[in-house]
Ligand binder design. Structure first.
Ligand code: VGL
Ligand code: ZN
Length: 198
């Protein structure tokens, strides 16, 4: 089963969204064009409650993009984004979702963030994605989506650690680059961990 994993292609990560990823909309047509090459398409959705601990607004006196601590882990404080059942959490309207077989939501526990599509940032709870892919006898993944330096990176690293062969489709990914060079660093980190950047 040639498998494509789409990370967080949601309105809030598109230009004009609450946590816009520069050029995020440019990859939608690229992804649509890739779909026919795959037998199985799986997606993640960032899916936060309003009281989520990654939102700066839930840390009185703290600002967006500051560093904080959440559940004992370093945490970037984000604008309110991808709140469950809101417009911003929906898949980008141009994305052809018809062949997405499963969607795995993440980030529902207010006490911890979940960049990876497989586990929360503390590796305490699984989303079920890795287990499900294994029951489907998937051994290799192609990954596309946003953000290269957050959810894409941590999904790739967890998938590699779970024993999947992972290919990152670079032209179908975009990053935040909160600090200059973050995307390049993410690519280097994924490659060093065994991911093929294609
Ligand atoms: C993401 C920051 C916060 C992502 C999600 O999809 O990369 N980044 N929540
Ligand atoms: Zn989030």
């Amino acid at each position: 089963m040639k498998t494509l994993l789409l990370i967080d292609l949601q309105n809030d990560f598109m230009p004009g969204g609450a946590l816009a990823v520069p050029g995020g909309d440019e990859i939608i047509p690229v992804v649509n064009e890739l779909l026919p090459q795959f037998d199985l398409i799986v997606a993640t959705q960032d899916w936060h409650p309003t009281d989520h601990g990654s939102f700066a607004i839930n840390h009185p006196g703290r600002e967006v993009f500051e560093q904080a601590t959440l559940d004992g882990l370093p945490q970037t404080l984000w604008p309110v984004h991808c709140v469950q059942n809101t417009e911003g959490a929906l898949f980008a309207p141009g994305l052809d979702t018809r062949r997405i077989k499963r969607v795995f939501t993440k980030g529902m526990d207010p006490r911890i963030d979940s960049y990876s599509g497989l586990y929360d940032n503390g590796h305490k709870a699984s989303t079920g994605m890795g287990e499900w892919l294994k029951t489907e006898e998937v051994t290799e993944l192609h990954v596309a989506g946003v953000a290269t330096d957050y959810c894409v990176k941590f999904t790739v690293l967890d998938a590699l650690a779970e024993g999947f062969k992972v290919n990152l489709i670079a032209r179908a990914c975009r990053g935040v680059n909160l600090q200059m060079g973050d995307v390049d660093l993410a690519l280097t980190t994924m490659e060093a961990a065994g991911c093929a950047i294609i």
